[in-house]
Ligand binder design. Structure first.
Ligand code: GLV
Ligand code: MN
Ligand code: MN
Length: 409
């Protein structure tokens, strides 16, 4: 099958999508249900319409764009990713899987192919945890592992309120997909690591996705006047939090495994005044590993450190586990299909593990799934200088199109 990817069009669509941002270019900030997220969604919907796809949105803003197959009652083949972007990140994370997925469908349409199964392009609501503190809430709900009723942002505003404001309606209970909805799912994504570029390999096929977890830690001490409260009497919540931050790093390093990582990416200090002793701190912590048992060991070590800091500094420390997910092993048949699709295009392909999490982690709970990775410059991601070449994106899109074609026949 001859698959022509319109790389110029795809590159310009990615650049246009990046303009829907709350940060100045080249940075992209697009938090789910923000005004820019809604504009970006509308832009994508316009492209879906042009491509003749049937669009459906669910109660929490997951978007399904379907190229209806010759046998529409068969379980569909899914692809897609996310368009939300963490604060001050880049323009390729997630978007390559959405607009690349669209271009893969257009390339198949241009080739004259008519798939037997429908091919459905997903735009998942919020792969990123920025708004609600938990990654992949849209795909978690599709997979039936989260009901969404407890989700709140840091100011207490609920998912229900946010999605209503963004124009999405319906019962949360309708979001979970029925068993057998998909016959397979393949997500295209930048690697977000350095391996493909370093090895000069254009295509990665993902065999497993690491186990992510996140915690919220609330530290409460005693505030006061920065001049008048003398050092012996202090119960400074931020000083206690600082010890906890270092304990997270120590716990992650202590396994000795290269696959264990721990990060404290959020630290809110109250009242946040230069001349006020901090009385409250909220930390958000991310811990991951390929090995879930080892990851859980790190979580226990962090919990123990929190208790020790609480005693030592006479503060209270409360920890809340937001999520502690199992890793996923991708489907061997789909890995083989992607490998063959790459070979058919004359592209070298390497099996690899994803250290980042993706919506495929949850789609794999309800359907056979895998991912296609493409190199990104120096492995950089979640930064404004994130970059993938048009050639790399076109190669990934071509392999995705070939894989979808094989799965949908
Ligand atoms: C996804 O963005 C992740 O943090 O792995
Ligand atoms: Mn990301
Ligand atoms: Mn992503």
């Amino acid at each position: 099958m001859k698959l022509e990817i319109d790389s110029i069009r795809l590159t310009s669509e990615l650049a246009k999508l990046a303009t829907f941002s709350d940060a100045p270019a080249p940075a992209v900030t697009r938090v789910v249900f923000s005004e820019q997220d809604r504009h970006a969604r509308a832009y994508c919907l316009g492209l879906y319409e042009e491509a003749g796809l049937q669009v459906r949105e669910d109660a929490v803003g997951n978007v399904f764009a379907r190229w209806v197959g010759a046998e529409p009652d068969l379980p569909a083949i899914g692809t897609g990713s996310h368009i939300d972007a963490i604060p001050h990140s880049g323009q390729y994370d997630g978007t390559v899987g959405v607009l690349g997925g669209l271009e893969a469908i257009r390339a198949l349409q241009r080739s004259g192919m008519r798939p037997r199964r429908s091919i459905e392009l997903m735009m998942f609501s919020a792969e990123e945890p920025t708004r609600f503190g938990i990654g992949c809430f849209g795909s978690r709900m599709l997979a039936g592992v989260l009901d969404g009723t407890t989700l709140r942002d840091k100011d207490g505003k609920s998912l229900e309120e946010w999605r209503t404001m963004a124009g999405f309606i319906g019962e949360f209970s309708t979001v979970a997909l029925p068993v057998g909805y998909y016959a397979g799912f393949v997500e295209l994504h930048i690697e977000q690591g350095p391996h493909l570029e370093k090895d000069g390999i254009p295509i990665g096929v993902v065999t497993a996705i690491a186990a992510p977890s996140s915690l919220r830690i609330f530290v409460e001490g005693e505030g006061g006047h920065a001049g008048a409260v003398l050092m012996p009497g202090r119960r400074d919540a931020f000083c206690a939090a600082a010890e906890i931050v270092l304990a997270v790093e120590t716990a992650a390093r202590s396994t000795g495994a290269i696959d264990t990582v721990g990060t404290v990416g959020v630290c809110d200090v109250f009242p946040g005044a230069v001349n006020g002793v901090p009385s409250r701190v909220r930390l958000e912590v991310d811990v991951r590993d390929i090995d879930a048992g080892r990851r859980d060991g790190v979580l226990s070590q962090i919990d123990k450190a929190c208790q020790e800091v609480a005693v030592k500094r006479s503060v209270t420390v409360r920890t809340e586990v937001v999520n502690a997910d199992l890793p996923t092993v991708c489907d061997a048949r789909l890995v083989e299909i992607v490998t063959k699709a790459a070979e058919a295009q004359g592209l070298a392909c390497q099996k690899m593990v994803s250290r980042a999490y993706h919506d495929t982690l949850f789609m794999s709970r309800i359907t056979p799934a895998t991912m296609i990775f493409i190199p990104c410059r120096a492995g950089v991601s979640h930064r404004p200088d994130e970059y993938a070449t048009p050639e790399a994106i076109a190669a990934g899109t071509r392999v995705l199109a070939g894989s979808l074609a094989a799965l949908a026949m």
